[in-house]
Each structure stands twice: as structure tokens, then as C-alpha cells.
Design a binder for this molecule. Sequence first.
Ligand code: SF4
Ligand code: SF4
Length: 381
Amino acid sequence: MKKYDELAKEWRERRKNMLLDKENPICNWDDTDILFFRENQGKKITDDNPYVNILDVEEFELLLENEPFPLSPPTMNNPGNPKNVTAEFFKVMHTEVTGDEMYYFKDQKISIERIMKEIKDGAPEPNPDKKMDLYELKGEMKKYAVSLGFSSVGVTKVDRRYISAGFENEISYDTIILLGYEMPKEIIKNYPKPQGELGAFYAYTGCARNVHKVADFIRDKGYQCQARDWKGAIKYPPHAVNAGLGNYSTYGVCITPEAGTRLKYCAILIDELPVDEPKDFNIEEFCSRCRMCQKSCPSKSIPKEEKMHKGILKRQTRFSSCFELMVTDRECMKCVRVCPFSLFGYEKCMDTLPDYYRYNLAKEDLDIEFLRKEGEIDGEK
Ligand code: SF4
Ligand code: SF4
């Protein structure tokens, strides 16, 4: 098997040549099944959901609409199958880091198969004896989810603008429980050295291993529900913000006080649970002064240019170039790794760091020495 670095070098060379060669057929990264959620219908979908108005449509359009994908070559080993572009990289990356190309995918496969089966044949029947009132159930469910390793849990209404095209009928419930699983700080800060785990896949797998346990817990208390995995055809950031888990970051994900941007989400759909209120943690104001993620993004996917929306500065992350770098550069994660909320935690950001970030804002280059002194980062290139 080729080494990951060899593969990446070969890929970059081949990509360059293919882009210069106008006669060769080309394909897009979004031909891979992993990206189906991109076909979001955004504000085209409206309904009578009263909670929709809590969210500002234009703000989300700016944050989450993706630019058209750039042209990229088919695959290195199988020109007919564009899915192999990502599959080949994942296979080698996972083998080099964990010693097993299926290390993470085993649990994800089991989880996805169960989700598909429940959609097709119906989920297990809930306990006919409804044991709790709904507020009590919500509290118990949260406690149980936290005990399984989910660091952020909240409930909101499904916003149908953020369901992927073609999946509307699968999402037949009107309430959603957001479950955020943390990528441990130790894994993120040690990038790019292989440490036996990958950050994003660690959290995706945590979601896969535990989301059905929470769904079964709810059924045991007498209520029917449906588990959705990390690519559950629902855009999670707007729902996470609306469920009061956190606020938007500069690059469009939800920052929570518990874990900053080090979270991956899965969800459970239900009808009955009472919703949580959105909260203002003053994170967006901090982001507008910081720009660490934008300055450190190797593929320049987080643009420097900002637009003012409701008094908040926002940037539109270019998903296409980000995804390519994530696949061909061991998950990348630089934006997560330099984010002060992910590194130092919410309290410290709010209490002691604003002065530093105000100073940093005036500088074009990231002052990584500051972070080194804090002892939180090593291995920085
Ligand atoms: S993962 Fe890497 S390429 Fe993508 S936005 Fe973050 S820093 Fe940029
Ligand atoms: S690095 Fe800074 S600007 Fe980027 S998400 Fe984190 S706090 Fe916000």
C-alpha cells in the first residue's frame, strides 16, 4: 500500500495536470455519497413552522450556501468511479493512523444499517407504559446522553429549509434532539502527528456508537423516535444554534461553551419533546475580532472578506476546497485547532483573551508564539 504522503503528492500533481488538460473528462467531489447533504434547498422550503422565524434566513445563506465545486480529476486507481478519490485516501489515512482501514467505519456501518432498516421496516415499538412527563423525559434523556459522552445536547423544532433535497419524506417528525460528540483536545492539538486516532472520525464514531442508545432510552420511556447519524441529511449547525447549544463561528459551525468547535453532531427526531431556547453567548462578537481560523486555513477556504449581517461580521466558508484539503491532508482541522474556544475553553476566552485577540486582529499573520507560550499547541508547522 502506498504511504499517505506519497498518495497526496501524486494526487496534487495529477490534479494540476488534469485541470490543465481541457480534453479529459472530469468529475466533482460532490459525486461522492458523502456529500449528498450539500443539495440543501435552503430558503426555498418554507412551511408553517413558527420556529422558522427565529432563524435569520439571509444570515444562513451567507454562512452555509456553498460555491459550485471546482473541477477535480476522477480517481487515481479507477477512472470510472469517482467515489474512489476519497475512499483511497481514507483507506490509507486510517490504516496509517489506526492500523485498520475499517477501524472507524465498522461502527458507522452498523449504525447506518440500523437507521436504514428502521426507516424501511419501522423502529422498535416504544414501551406502551409512558413513564414520565415530557420535561422529566427531556432532563433524563440529556443526563443519559451526557453519560454516554455527548457534551452538548439540546432540543429544537426541525427547520425544513435545512433538510437535504430528496430526504424530506424521511424526516417525518417535527422536533429534533441535537447531540454533539467531542473531538478530544489531545487529538486535535497533536495534528499532524498520527496519534492512534483521527479527530473527526473519532467523533463520528462516538455518534454512531451512542445515538441508538439514546433513541432506545427514549423508546423505553414510551415515546417513538428516529436516530440520524452524522450525515443525517439535516444541516446541524442552524439546529444546534437554535437549540441553545452555542452560537455561530466565523466559519459556519456552532461553537459551544463546552467544546468550542471540537464537535460533530448526530440527532434524534421525535414529536413530543418541549424545545430549548436559543442563547446568546457573545461568541459571534468574539469571532468578529479573532480571525484565527481564517488566517490559518491552508486552502484559504475561509475568506478574509466579511459581510455585515445584523451587526455581525460573517464569512462564507468554501466547502469545496476545504473538503479536498481535509481528505488529502489528514483531516486538516487547522481551523478547529487554532480556535481559542476549542483550545482554552469559553471562560478563559471571555475573561482573559479578548485583549490578545484585539491585538492579533491588527496583524496579518497568526502570532503562533503566543499559543506556544500558553503551552496548548505543539507540532505547529
Ligand atoms: S479544515 Fe482546513 S481547509 Fe477546511 S476550513 Fe478548516 S483550516 Fe480550512
Ligand atoms: S478561530 Fe476565532 S474567529 Fe475562528 S471560530 Fe474560533 S473564535 Fe471564531
